[in-house]
Ligand binder design. Sequence first.
Ligand code: SF4
Ligand code: SF4
Length: 493
Amino acid sequence: METHLKSYKIMNTKHSSYAISNPHKIDLDGVQKASFGSAILGVLFLAAAFLGVQFPDTRIVLAISLSLIIVGTAIYARRTYLLQPEGIKNNHVWFNPLTSRGVWAWVLSIILTSFYIVLYWFPKYLGLQAGTSGKNTGLVVFFDPLSNLLHGKDANQWFVYGTLYTVLIVALGIKFIYKYRHNKYQVVRTSVVMGSQVLFAYVIPEILATLNLNDATNTQGKYLGWYDTDLKNVWPLDYDFFSKWHLDAMQVPDYQPLGMTYLIWGIVLFLVVTPFLSYLVGKRWYCSWICGCGGLAETAGDSFRQLSSKKLSSWKLERWMIHLVMVFVFVMTAATLYGYFANTGTIFGLSIYTYFQKPYGFLIGAAFSGVVGVGFYPLLGNRVWCRFGCPMAGYMGLFQRFKSKFRITTNGGQCISCGNCSTYCEQGIDVRFYAQKGQNIVRSSCVGCGVCSAVCPRGVLKLENGLNDDATRYIEPEVILGNDIDLMKYTKK
Ligand code: SF4
Ligand code: SF4
């Protein structure tokens, strides 16, 4: 109570509020302004590098820039959330132009989509080999010191992207932990998301690739880069896994034993590990704990989770789209493997590259997952890609729906129909619909983020792994209404 009152006083020095349960803060204090300003300064250094500003010592400025973003965000989040009581933090979400599709949401969305368009199709504008002698300039050259430190060569656009991606997950992951610190599941889950991004997707692949790649003796011109050596990048999300260039690259003598290890690991991962873990705990083990796309959505995209559409039509569209993409990847991979073993580039007279790989790479791999998937966070919510397009989510969703121990149980008698759970479900599931009836939630699209449970003021929802039998999974108890005449009948039961 003492902490409570202290926070109440601090937060309400200017604007009086009588709410002691959840004091509403309106103005930023000095610490918040300074830390927020520091994080923005870090971003401005990146913007300056992008615009071609030359720094006297790039190493130091890069280190300062990335540190300012992480530390500034962490201090800001600490100051913002730690002074308030633990619990649900949804204040002003629908009044803030950034989080309610206002002008700042549009500005951010335009910046993000533009960044992805340049990253995928015009990396020259990021500075990739844009110098007169083919040397990097701009934002790419800004990351050269770090790239050289990690794997002894100059950066490319993917290294820049991987680094910024990781920095964002770490910085906003810290914010997420402060915000949801009342919920142990969120704290542990987010720590794992941050750790797996930093270690398995960033540091370890970079180091392994450095140890195993010898460009001087690599006569076949293949390259196992950051993306290919991400230990948690699974087919069918990694749709290129069975492409000829990738299979060939894994077998290049210079890359052994790393290449074959990745090849075997990749096959075991989708064939054994994915079905088994989805059976045990649902698709959350990947979507909300390990996956990089999910990691970014949960951390950087947290402020936009309420924007997911809950319409029935969206649910119908989601089922069609995600399964169509999944079927397309399966067909494309079958065609690719046929081409690989038959040593041909065509199937039924159709070019495998032109009719399968090229359109998929352009439409799904780049435009959907990147440009729309992340660029539209502020407009459509943080899981558009995971919900409508990810073939991996579709694949695991089949296990989750038909063969899994996972379900969300609901204690319907406690539900006050506030709708918090449905509002903050990033997958657009109308959680309240189930909660009101006391019905278990078994939905293929649920990524098990647990936020519905974390924001429920009545403790109605619980993510559980129980028996995999229909009798306990799809439980829908009789609804007892207050005006039932013979309540004693139920009591005796
Ligand atoms: S139902 Fe709950 S756990 Fe599942 S995706 Fe929605 S918010 Fe996350
Ligand atoms: S389950 Fe919880 S969050 Fe959802 S409507 Fe009921 S009380 Fe509100």
